[in-house]
Design a protein around this ligand. Structure first.
Ligand code: DLL
Length: 431
């Protein structure tokens, strides 16, 4: 085990450690993060009222909207001199949300990912190909940090260029692959087509950033002749490695010495008993740069406190089974319908606000199309003007979302009207 003492700590000891760290974090944030102080004051709470993890439920929640309201650095708990790196991910509308890490935060992150890599049998003898995107997305550099921490040889291909990915995998002798599960499947197919499956030395894959099913796991394992492991995380809390599967592939161990998970009922906000399904909430108890208390992830899942065969005592979370908001994850990228709407409303007076987003999965790749109704005036115009408008919308969307969508201007009044809420999203993927 990478950090055996921590990973197998008896629950009582773990809770004592969590309590100590929670008290430290609450006090520190109360002094340093004005929004947190304001929310504590509104509840009539003082840092001294938090005496152990048993008091966690008293603390105020935090939300993605907070990151937007205090964009970019307004919620950081350290001066910028101590922030060594920032990452970002999609906000609900135009602006991204920004997160920051101190040197220690980056080191703790590398440890979390290293715990997983070690758990699934990777070591300094391995060649780890990181095909998550590098850049503001946490996937690439997050996996990279863990691979370096275990002393493996890192192959930082980043995402895209499938032919090159395969060539690298063959020539450099990659033994582990990190990417989204849908891209892993696609790579498996491409490898089959290129006739290079037998030349691969892959044994394991670390896949996450989007929901995937047990069926998909089996298909990836069969296609690439590897063991496929799930890794979970979100930028706001850290990035990949908040939780991870061990060698038994039976739920993802949350790094509980750093993040305390809770499951709440998203309507009543009550904390639910172990095993029940609800919204996952995290409190970061070691993060320095950008800590969060009771952050509502919007992911739906349940927690399993039974002891795992691997000996780790850290609680396991089940695969997230949907979200309590309307965020879509398309080709690993987070997309909010509100971002699309914002672009459409800004881009042209030639279209109406009636649109529909259609997502599907064809040949293991997500398809992403947006149908938008033209105005009567544009409809009467020539085809060249219509195509020009389509291209313009497509470009703007790519700039904002970071992935491209098929944009189709459709006839006025051709999108079915609903009597209640407009059905903006048709997600045909069976995940
Ligand atoms: O996706 C971090 C990550 C990178 C995780 C690489 C794993 C591997 P965000 O872009 O902020 O961060 O998106 C976070 O993605 O709230 C979930 O809805 C979803 N998600 C992440 N991992 C999984 C997973 C990264 N293993 C959001 N299964 C989260 C299902 C996942 N959903």
């Amino acid at each position: 085990m990478w950090q055996e003492k921590i990973e197998t700590m008896p629950r009582e000891e773990l809770e004592a450690l969590q309590s100590e760290r929670l008290i430290w974090q609450v006090k520190r944030m109360y002094e340093r993060v004005p929004l947190f102080k304001q929310r504590m004051d509104e509840k009539g709470l003082k840092p001294e009222d938090i005496k152990s993890v048993q008091d966690l439920h008293k603390l105020p929640f935090s939300y993605k909207q907070d990151l937007r309201d205090y964009y970019p650095y307004g919620l950081f708990a350290e001066p910028m001199e101590n922030i060594e790196r920032v990452h970002a991910s999609s906000g609900t509308t135009g602006k991204k949300i920004v997160v920051g890490y101190t040197k220690k935060d980056l080191s703790d992150w590398a440890d979390c990912v290293a715990r997983m890599m070690h758990a699934i049998g990777l070591s300094n003898r391995d060649f780890i190909q990181v095909s998550y995107g590098y850049g503001l997305f946490t996937g690439g550099l997050g996996a990279h940090g863990g691979a370096e921490r275990i002393g493996a040889t890192v192959i930082p291909t980043s995402s895209g260029n499938t032919a090159n990915q395969l060539q690298t995998m063959v020539d450099f002798g990659s033994t582990a692959l990190c990417c989204t599960p849908s891209y892993a499947l696609y790579l498996g197919e491409a490898a089959e087509e290129a006739g290079v499956i037998d030349k691969l030395q892959l044994k394991a894959g670390i896949f996450g950033a989007e929901p995937w099913s047990e069926d998909m796991r089996q298909e990836i394992e069969r296609k690439l002749h590897i063991k496929a492991y799930d890794i979970y995380g979100l930028s706001e809390i850290m990035g990949p490695g908040v939780s991870y599967e061990c060698e038994y592939q039976a739920g993802m161990h949350v790094c509980e010495d750093m993040f305390i998970p809770e499951i709440i009922d998203p309507d009543t906000l009550e904390v639910l008993p172990a095993g029940e399904k609800g919204e996952l909430v995290f409190t970061t108890i070691t993060k320095e740069g950008f800590p969060l208390i009771r952050y509502r992830t919007r992911d739906i899942c349940s927690l399993n406190y039974e002891k795992c065969k691997c000996g780790r005592t850290h609680v396991r979370m089940n695969k997230p089974q949907g979200r309590t908001d309307d965020m879509l994850i398309i080709r690993g990228v987070n997309v909010f319908p509100s971002q699309i709407e914002e672009v459409l409303l800004k881009v042209s007076g030639d279209i109406t606000p009636n649109y529909q987003i259609v997502v599907d999965r064809v040949n293991n790749t997500d398809t992403f199309d947006i149908n938008v109704e033209m105005s009567e005036a544009l409809f009467a115009d020539d085809i060249k003007t219509i195509e020009k408008t389509e291209r313009l919308i497509k470009e703007r969307l790519r700039d904002v979302l970071g992935i491209s969508a098929g944009v189709h201007l459709v006839n006025p009044k051709s999108i079915t009207r609903s009597e209640g809420k407009a059905k903006r999203v048709i997600d045909k993927r069976k995940i």
